[in-house]
Design a protein around this ligand. Structure first.
Ligand code: SF4
Length: 123
């Protein structure tokens, strides 16, 4: 939810970035998606993916997923469209963003921010 909204073209490697770009285009064209627990379509091409989790720290990723569900109020299995997602993300406070994205390298490198979240979720 957060990562597709704040994506700026940087990724772990080319297949990951290409897949992310295609997923975002699908969403922008009105494609619907379902929230899942564990590996999702974004993880599919991630070079850090492992059969049982993530080489960068499964618990860290799982915690972030849990935090994203908590602040949005969405539950796994929920089907969403991009408009609904952006509407919900646009209602979040800065502390919600910090809760979900804290310690993520992309936020620490300045690629993701609450200001960008506000910008991308403008009606
Ligand atoms: S800071 Fe990390 S977790 Fe948050 S949106 Fe950016 S890439 Fe995703």
């Amino acid at each position: 939810m957060f990562c597709t909204t704040l994506f700026s073209g940087s990724g772990y490697d080319e297949p990951f970035t290409e897949n992310m770009t295609q997923l975002i285009e699908y969403m922008q064209k009105g494609g619907r998606f379902r929230l899942v627990e564990g590996h999702d379509d974004i993880c599919r091409y991630c070079p850090n993916r492992e059969s049982e989790g993530c080489a960068l720290g499964t618990e860290n990723v799982a915690d972030r997923d849990r935090a994203a569900l908590e602040v949005t109020g969405f539950t796994p299995g929920r089907e969403l469209g991009r408009t609904e997602l952006l509407e919900r993300l646009g209602q979040l406070k800065e502390e919600d963003f910090r809760y979900v994205c804290k310690d993520c390298r992309w936020q620490e490198e300045g690629l993701c921010s609450y200001a960008l979240l506000r910008e991308r979720t403008k009606p």
